[in-house]
Design a protein around this ligand. Structure first.
Ligand code: IMP
Ligand code: MG
Length: 180
């Protein structure tokens, strides 16, 4: 942690666990039995690990794949451009897909991901974000499954970074600057 920064807990690890358990049950009631979960790296890594285990408990048997997309530089603002920086290794033609990201902010990343996966031949694409900031939306896109709606605050932890820091935290927190 940088000396002038502090992270306040927004959702403790137990709150996140509980919400993911419910989210997995919602997903299982909507999606077909055979689907491919595609996580958007890097921010999704912890969420996908826990969601996959919750989906198992809820009776699903998804395949798991990752795509790495980037829209942020090292600051807090999106560059507005989404790039594929690590592609899917295989064919997804005809597959039922659930694309999973950490946060929906402007909405661009998931909108681009969904379009890309449809272009690649997916039969249907659902989307899921652990966190959603509806007040920040710049494109008309809403994930089908959302863990928590949050205010316009910059969050870290549970896989989510600020300038590549804080991904390791087991909880979701808000970065405060200047010790305020
Ligand atoms: P969108 O394309 O603007 O919806 O942005 C989605 C991506 O922006 C997420 O996958 C995050 O990587 C990043 N992002 C958005 N809000 C935050 C935040 O509060 N903390 C850290 N990363 C964020
Ligand atoms: Mg991200």
């Amino acid at each position: 942690m940088v000396a002038s920064e502090r992270v306040d807990v927004l959702y403790a690890a137990a709150d996140v666990d509980r919400r993911i358990e419910d989210l997995a049950r919602e997903i299982v009631t909507t999606l077909p039995e055979d689907f491919l979960l595609i996580g958007v790296l890097k921010g999704c890594f912890m969420f996908v690990a826990d969601l996959a285990r919750a989906l198992d408990r809820a009776g699903a048997t998804p395949g798991i794949e990752f795509i790495r997309l980037a829209s942020y530089g090292l600051g807090k603002e999106s560059s507005g451009e989404v790039q594929v920086v690590g592609d899917l290794p295989g064919d997804i033609r005809g597959r039922q897909v659930l694309v999973v990201d950490d946060i929906q902010d402007t909405g661009r990343t998931l909108a681009v991901a969904q379009r890309l996966l449809i272009q690649r031949g997916a039969a249907k694409v659902w989307s899921c974000a652990l966190l959603d900031k509806p007040s920040r939306r710049e494109v008309d896109f809403k994930a089908d499954f959302i863990g928590f709606d949050i205010e316009d605050v910059f969050v870290v932890g549970y896989g989510i970074d600020y300038a590549e820091r804080y991904r390791h935290l087991p909880y979701i927190g808000i970065v405060r600057h200047g010790g305020a």
